[in-house]
Design a protein around this ligand. Structure first.
Ligand code: SF4
Length: 88
């Protein structure tokens, strides 16, 4: 199960890089509370989770986003749960 989880995360990271090349990220003026967020979207409340890559920012790495990162398959579109932290 862990291998499948790692594989799905790798797939998602590859797709994320491809999307980054194709799409401009949305920049919100305020957190998109209870709304859908894409991995490269961002707002001023961005707070990186512990394993975030410092040179890359976006909802994907935000403590307030729920992309089901602890589930078997992560979501391509997450939910912003600001101000409730989802992951540290
Ligand atoms: S997940 Fe984080 S960066 Fe994305 S909109 Fe919500 S608070 Fe802002």
């Amino acid at each position: 199960m862990r291998d499948r989880l790692e594989l799905s995360r790798k797939d998602l990271n590859t797709r994320r890089k491809e999307r980054f090349m194709d799409k401009k990220a949305n920049k919100y003026d305020i957190p998109k509370r209870d709304g859908s967020v894409w991995p490269d979207d961002i707002c001023p409340a961005y707070t990186p989770r512990e394993d975030a890559i410092p040179s890359i920012q976006g909802c994907w790495y935000c403590k307030y986003a729920d992309f089901h990162l602890k589930e078997e398959r992560a979501l391509e579109v997450g939910i912003c749960n600001w101000p409730k932290k989802i992951i540290d």
